[in-house]
Design a protein around this ligand. Structure first.
Ligand code: A3P
Length: 315
């Protein structure tokens, strides 16, 4: 299908005011809210993307730890080529090391580096291209407490708007939309539950991770991640402290202080240009306490309880 007909379909979808300006309205496509630019990419990827059995697909809702998970996964799969002094992660934002399905691979699956099995997407499980679901490729998913995910998303969008000399939405207004599920790739809870349920059905295909648990004991989860994606650490590597080296290279402190992540730009020369530093804010668990009133926190908690009821998942 041609782009024009994607646009035609999008123009018929339910539409809400986005968190940015009127050019960024969100549309409800296959049960999730998204800007028209990304929906076009998703539609195109659904039509064109052909997954390989060796692919490792990093799936996330926005602001739940994508940058970190991409860095860790990239460091794991490239560790025999690079070390912690030569890794491309030291001179490139991790988003530039892992192609993004709905932007970079939407038109074709052939423009990939054959040596890099990684790709990333924010697409909900039920809307992933069929070949990702059907092939034997692996999926890794990370989720995060909704209060921190909201606060992180709010700041991300506000900082981007300030960069473009635009006025950010009030936190309260964004909060209301978030609670209603109207956020990029949201409702957030549906995104998480889609991957949670799929990970229970297909534990060999989908590894379900939590940001908070990974922060608590990153070494354990990095080993688990490496095992899952088929790049297990040898006992020799473990003895040499390679896991700890990767954890330390990919830590918030290290990545956020690299020159590329302090002064570089992602997608420079395109309308989607963004300063790399916007991907690094605090990297803390529980920062929501500094921004949400007790009433707001209780409201999000209650939505979370209600949405996850009976799923066996807690956030
Ligand atoms: P905060 O805004 O709470 O600081 P994403 O990568 O999905 O866009 O998520 C961004 C969040 O992950 C931000 O959270 C960001 O600071 C945090 N983050 C970025 N790099 C990280 C890292 N290496 N380790 C832990 N958290 C990281």
């Amino acid at each position: 299908m041609k782009m024009a007909s994607f646009k035609e379909i999008i123009s018929t979808l339910p539409r809400r005011k986005g968190w940015k300006d009127s050019n960024n309205d969100l549309f409800l496509y296959q049960g999730f809210w998204c800007s028209s630019f990304f929906i076009e990419g998703v539609m195109s990827a659904q039509q064109n993307f052909q997954s390989q059995p060796s692919d490792i697909v990093i799936c996330t809702a926005p602001k739940t730890g994508t940058t970190w998970l991409k860095s860790l996964t990239f460091a794991i799969v490239t560790r025999t080529t690079f070390d912690d002094s030569t890794s491309p992660l030291l001179t490139n934002l991790s988003h530039d090391c892992v192609p993004f399905l709905e932007v970079d691979l939407a038109q074709s699956s052939t423009n990939r580096d054959p040596k890099n099995p990684l790709l990333a997407t924010h697409v909900p499980y039920s809307s992933l291209p069929k070949s990702i679901i059907d092939s034997s490729c692996k999926i890794v998913y990370i989720c995060r407490n909704p209060k921190d995910a909201f606060v992180s998303l709010y700041h991300f969008i506000a900082r981007r708007l300030v960069f473009k000399d635009m006025k950010p939405l009030a936190l309260e207004e964004a909060f209301e939309l978030y609670c209603q599920g109207v956020s990029s790739y949201g409702p957030y809870w549906d995104h998480v539950l889609g991957f949670w349920k799929a990970s229970l059905d297909r534990p060999d295909k989908i590894l379900f991770l939590k940001y908070e648990e990974m922060m608590e004991d990153t070494v354990v989860y990095v080993k688990k991640l490496a095992d899952f994606i088929g790049y297990p650490f040898s006992s020799e590597e473990i003895k040499k402290g390679l896991v700890e080296k990767i954890v330390s290279m990919c830590s918030f402190e290290n990545l956020s202080n690299l020159e590329v992540n302090k002064s570089g730009k992602h997608r420079e020369g395109t309308p989607g240009v963004i300063e790399n530093k916007i991907y690094f804010r605090k990297g803390k668990v529980g920062d929501w306490e500094n921004y949400l009133t007790p009433v707001m926190a209780a409201r999000l908690d209650s939505i979370t309880l209600q949405k996850l009821n009976g799923s066996g998942l807690t956030l």
